[in-house]
Design a protein around this ligand. Structure first.
Ligand code: DAT
Ligand code: MG
Length: 140
């Protein structure tokens, strides 16, 4: 059975370019309920842990520097089949490949600075939600 929760971050580029509310609006108007929300800047240590699966990739250092250069918005989202539905809404990792009408097509400038994060599995969604939120910060 598919879980009904996923996790997202609006990345520093989205905040810098003034796209926080337009992106949150797209998320809500696509039928996702925001059940947890936080505006924060990640420490280097947190970003390295969050992206530890990519630690051996050539882009890892740039990724961590980018994700810590300014604040992010972290959110837990609820919808039927949330992980897949949200990946569809955000579009491909590289905005040049992203479909029309997706968040990355609209707001992302490059593969490295691509506006939003979306969990890639139900298991990772739960891990990522609990990475950023305590249970008493989630309003389901
Ligand atoms: P996604 O964010 O679509 O799940 P991912 O998990 O493969 O993509 O990679 C995590 C992030 O790392 C991605 O959002 C941007 C960055 N990244 C991935 N591949 C990259 C590449 N080839 N060059 C630069 N940054 C990259
Ligand atoms: Mg990923």
């Amino acid at each position: 059975m598919n879980s009904n929760r996923t996790f997202t971050m609006l990345k520093p580029d989205s905040i810098e370019q003034g796209n926080m509310l337009p992106i949150l609006n797209m998320i809500e108007s696509s039928g996702f309920k925001i059940i947890a929300l936080k505006y924060k800047r990640m420490s280097r240590d947190e970003a390295e842990k969050f992206y530890s699966i990519h630690s051996d990739k050539p882009f890892f250092n740039d990724l961590v520097s980018f994700m810590t250069r300014g604040p992010i918005v972290a959110a837990a989202l609820e919808k039927d089949n949330a992980v897949e539905a949200f990946r569809t809404l955000i579009g491909s990792t590289d905005p040049n490949d992203a479909e029309e009408g997706t968040i990355r097509k609209k707001f992302a400038k490059s593969k490295g600075e691509n506006a939003v994060h979306g969990s890639d599995s139900d298991e990772n969604a739960e891990i990522e939600i609990s990475f950023h939120f305590n249970t008493d910060e989630i309003f389901s």
